[in-house]
Design a protein around this ligand. Structure first.
Ligand SMILES: NC(=O)c1ccc[n+]([C@@H]2O[C@H](COP(=O)([O-])OP(=O)(O)OC[C@H]3O[C@@H](n4cnc5c(N)ncnc54)[C@H](O)[C@@H]3O)[C@@H](O)[C@H]2O)c1
Length: 365
């Protein structure tokens, strides 16, 4: 696996914030398989069970808070990474309504601390920060948002990630300016914006597929609140391949890539939540659901799609799996976990890479 992404990760020191989380644990797993030396920094796993605890990772791990600037900087300076992937965040919309201050502190001030720590650490060459598709001012229209569209957010989570995204843009312009790259500094900073991610091992609350898996695991029906809300759905490995490809370009000194990129599924894979659950049932009949008809729900965007032409044109990134395939692998991951106590992460990664090779994905050659 070490030859993927032009072999750039083999032997590299990579710091991942949010390594105990869903995406972070998948990312650490993949990086390790490619020969990277990985160090994680984050709070303890946010859920029980947790994908991070299901894996036999060799990743170094510091349990620490992004809000603790001193500890974060100490860990980064001691490890001397060349690459920093910043994923740690409070990522749940509903939690952000319950704890807006904690959400802004982790997502905005935490990101600021990561940027400052990278600025103080001379080994860092590439910083890839993960925001979300929810950073765009949501107009409830059907066209995909482009990287040049205005940023904003209704709920505190979306707003905090939009703030973080703006902050990252300021650090790129002020301290890691592309025109000064190679003379006054050696850091390229990029932002990755991806949509709703599915895949085995997510147990976060208030996310559709994890809620469905948890309910099915204990023989309960899932209650869905916005059956017609649409989201771009993609497998976690799709957005991770985008993050890894983007970072590869930064390490190859392609300063034109030090901007923001959307990583989303094809337009056909933007489906209403009820449809997603129906598809999930095909691969895991234990999944049942009912629509919640009453009660005041906090505001959440109903329609959201991403335009990924920039990632396709500049990076050559394209999705590998169809929505059906992504959902099938996800359903099988959970089924296997609940019914046989197996963890299919290695299997899913191997299948994904095999399919990427067949499809001619630029990073898999
Ligand atoms: N999963 C999705 O569908 C999705 C969609 C779009 C964007 N994202 C973004 O991807 C990133 C990862 O999300 P995820 O789904 O893996 O979430 P997750 O909840 O599974 O993981 C979040 C990680 O951040 C850590 N963390 C939270 N607050 C922290 C703090 N104050 N200090 C240190 N660590 C802290 C947690 O311990 C955990 O490791 C986030 O930035 C999120 O906004 C996720």
């Amino acid at each position: 696996m070490s030859q993927l992404f032009n072999g750039i990760y083999d032997g590299k020191k990579v710091l991942v914030t949010g390594h105990t989380g869903f995406k972070g644990s998948w990312l650490c797993f993949w990086l390790e398989k490619m020969g990277a030396q990985v160090m994680g920094y984050s709070l303890p796993p946010p859920t029980e069970p947790a994908h991070f605890n299901c894996l036999d990772l060799h990743t170094g791990s510091t349990i620490g808070d992004l809000r603790d600037a001193i500890l974060l900087s100490k860990v980064i300076c001691a490890f001397q990474p060349e690459i920093v992937f910043h994923l740690a965040a409070q990522p749940i919309v509903r939690t952000s309504y319950a704890d807006p201050v904690g959400t802004y502190a982790s997502n905005v001030i935490g990101t600021l601390h990561v940027c400052e720590a990278c600025r103080a650490c001379p080994s860092v060459r590439a910083l890839v920060a993960i925001t979300t598709d929810k950073v765009y001012v949501n107009r409830e229209w059907w066209w995909g948002y482009r990287e040049i569209d205005p940023l904003g957010g209704f709920d505190p989570y979306s707003s905090s990630k939009a703030c973080a995204d703006i902050l990252l843009g300021s650090y790129r312009d002020s301290f890691f300016n592309r025109a000064a790259y190679g003379s006054s500094h050696h850091v390229l900073l990029a932002v990755a914006r991806a949509g709703n991610v599915i895949g085995g091992g997510d147990w976060a609350k208030d996310r559709l597929v994890p809620d469905a898996a948890r309910a099915a695991g204990c023989g309960q029906p899932l209650v869905i609140r916005n059956p017609r809300a649409t989201r771009p759905w993609q497998h976690v490995l799709e957005c991770l391949s985008g993050y890894l490809l983007l970072c590869q370009k930064l390490l190859e000194a392609k300063s034109e890539c030090a901007t923001a990129f959307n990583f989303g599924p094809p337009a056909d894979d933007v489906l209403p939540v009820e449809e997603v659950i129906r598809h999930l049932r095909i691969h895991w009949p234990s999944v049942t659901y009912q629509v919640e008809s009453s009660g005041q729900q906090p505001h959440e965007a109903r329609t959201l799609t991403l335009d990924c032409a920039k990632a396709r044109s500049i990076l050559g990134w394209v999705p590998v799996w169809t929505f059906d395939r992504a959902l099938e692998q996800t359903a099988l991951w959970y089924r296997s976990y609940y019914e046989k106590n197996n963890v299919n992460t290695q299997k899913d990664l191997a299948l994904y890479i095999e399919d990427a090779k067949k499809k001619g994905a630029v990073w898999a050659q």
